[in-house]
Each structure stands twice: as structure tokens, then as C-alpha cells.
Design a protein around this ligand. Structure first.
Ligand SMILES: Nc1nc2c(ncn2[C@@H]2O[C@H](COP(=O)(O)OP(=O)(O)OP(=O)(O)O)[C@@H](O)[C@H]2O)c(=O)[nH]1
Ligand SMILES: [Mg+2]
Length: 276
């Protein structure tokens, strides 16, 4: 990940746009991925908001996250006084609590404008569509769909600003980049998908070995390398090529696709500090 040129120019522009738009809104809705509630939060956002506007953390894709882990996050945010809303923008579960959650952020009544920000593909536009009950914002299952900003009127009390997903120039921890790539926030075109899939297998072995056993008949040994696991999966799936070679490229694409599509079950890759 480190040497991949994945920070396109339009992201820099998006960050500037976010700074400008801040003046136009009362609150910021930061949409994060419930499977990776740390990696999917832009560390630059604190600096951009700089305490000027209240912020609501929206933990989206809760349907794909491990419910036991989400419960830990819920307790963690409550304990730390972080205003948050848990939801699944695709089905709409939890979305109707937005107006109430936003009102709790400020004292004065009256109409509100909120800017919706977050990493690519986390579900910002889908969330806005669900809140408004219309399909105004373009949404699709790949990163980088929303290119410009777009106002969506929910009702007389609420207007939402859709923004393009942004990543930040540098990850302090390479694992952050990996997790964003696993979940689909980074375009696959700029990634080595086999390497990524191998890393995902190593990650899943830690907490979700049963999912690997059930889906790919993989009984991973602790000392096994990621690429060896990928080969076993490919063989078990019958992804073979001429000369008896296994098609790990195809397996990598399938694994990433199935993980992102929830075929491996509900999985969380990050837990609050200090929890087991
Ligand atoms: N399972 C599940 N899928 C979701 C959820 N929210 C969004 N999606 C799907 O994720 C994909 C991306 O959604 P978008 O709304 O386009 O994401 P975005 O954050 O606006 O993406 P960019 O505009 O590219 O930054 C779509 O296929 C949605 O249907 C969710 O809560 N659960
Ligand atoms: Mg969008």
C-alpha cells in the first residue's frame, strides 16, 4: 500500500471544498464504517472542523459488522461522550433517528444544515437518500461515485450536503490502508489484489476462522503464510489453470468480493482499545 500512488488530485480538491462548505452548515455528519470504526475516520477532520461545528458520528454498515463488536463500540462512545448514530443505510435501519440525534447537538431550534462527510464508498449518498426518502444522490458499490457537492432537502427542518468521499495523504499505520482496501474504500485498480487478499486471510484467521472453514474449507495453520492460504482456497474452489497451477488472481477477486458482499458473515476488523 505504502508505495501505491492512490491519492488522486480530486481528493485534495475535496478536502478544500470540505473546508469551504463548513461555513455553510450547522453540523457535520461523519459517516464511518461499523466494521472499521477507527480506520474509516479521517484523522485530518479534527483539524478541518477545528471545534467550529458540532459533529455526529454515523456508524454505517452496521448490518455487515459483528453485532457483539458493535455493542462494544456503543459502550465505548457512550462512555466517552461521543454523539453517534448506528445505522444501515441500505435497509434504512436506524436512519430515522437522525433528526433527533442532530437536534441533540445544539441548543437553538429551527432549520438545520448538515454536511455529510466520510471515506469513499462508506454509504454517504445512500444514507442521504434514505433520510430524504428520494434517490437524489448517485450511489453505487464502488469508491469515488460522488464527485461534486450536492444539497438535498429532507424537509423544512433539514438540508443535507452530500460530498465526495475522501482519503488522506498518508496513513500512520499501514494496517489502516489495508483495512480501507479490504472494505472497498480504495479503488481496486490501484491495489495488488492478491497481496490484499492474502492479508485479508491472515486477518480473518485471527478472529473468524470458522467463516474461512465454512466458506472455503480452509483450516488454516497459525504458521501458514497468507499466499499459501490463498492457494488452498483457490484449489478448494477448483480455480485451476493449465499445468496444474492454481488461479490465485481469480480467488483474490472472489474473496474480496465475497467479504465485501457479506458472504462470510458479519465481521468487524477493529475493536475499541482495551477490549478483548
Ligand atoms: N450492506 C450495506 N450496504 C450499504 C450500506 N450503505 C451503503 N451501502 C452500499 O454501499 C455502496 C456505496 O454506497 P454510496 O452511498 O455510493 O457510498 P458513498 O459513501 O456515497 O461513496 P462515494 O460517493 O464514492 O464516496 C452502495 O452499493 C450502497 O448500496 C449499509 O449500511 N449496508
Ligand atoms: Mg457518494
Amino acid at each position: 500500500m505504502a508505495d501505491v500512488q492512490w491519492f488522486p488530485g480530486h481528493m485534495k480538491k475535496a478536502e478544500r471544498m470540505m473546508q469551504d462548505s463548513l461555513k455553510l452548515v450547522d453540523v457535520v455528519c461523519e459517516v464511518a464504517d461499523a466494521r472499521i470504526p477507527m480506520a474509516s475516520r479521517n484523522p485530518d477532520l479534527d483539524g478541518i472542523i477545528a471545534g467550529r461545528k458540532p459533529r455526529l458520528l454515523i456508524l454505517n454498515r452496521a448490518d455487515q459488522a459483528d453485532p457483539n463488536v458493535t455493542a462494544l463500540w456503543r459502550a465505548y462512545y457512550k462512555q466517552n461522550g461521543v454523539p453517534f448514530l448506528e445505522c444501515d443505510a441500505q435497509s434504512g435501519r436506524g436512519v430515522k433517528n437522525l433528526p433527533q440525534a442532530l437536534r441533540a447537538l445544539r441548543d437553538k431550534p429551527g432549520p438545520m444544515r448538515a454536511m455529510v462527510v466520510g471515506v469513499p464508498n462508506v454509504g454517504k449518498s445512500t444514507f442521504i437518500n434514505k433520510v430524504s426518502g428520494r434517490r437524489t444522490a448517485a450511489a453505487s458499490d464502488r469508491p469515488g461515485v460522488t464527485r461534486g457537492k450536492q444539497w438535498v432537502t429532507v424537509d423544512r427542518q433539514l438540508e443535507l450536503l452530500d460530498t465526495p468521499g475522501i482519503l488522506w495523504p498518508k496513513f500512520d499505520d499501514p494496517a489502516v490502508g489495508d483495512r480501507l482496501a479490504f472494505t472497498g474504500a480504495v479503488k481496486d485498480e490501484v491495489l495488488d489484489t492478491e497481496e490484499l487478499a492474502a492479508k485479508l486471510l491472515v486477518t480473518l484467521r485471527e478472529r473468524y476462522p470458522k467463516a474461512l472453514a465454512e466458506r472455503y474449507r480452509l483450516q488454516p495453520e497459525q504458521e501458514e503464510q497468507g499466499w499459501q492460504m490463498l492457494e488452498t482456497c483457490a484449489r478448494n474452489r477448483g480455480f485451476l489453470m493449465a499445468g496444474g497451477h492454481v488461479n490465485t488472481e481469480r480467488m483474490a477477486a472472489v474473496l474480496l468480493d465475497e467479504f465485501r458482499g457479506g458472504k462470510l458473515g458479519r465481521i468487524s476488523l477493529e475493536r475499541p482499545c482495551g477490549t478483548l
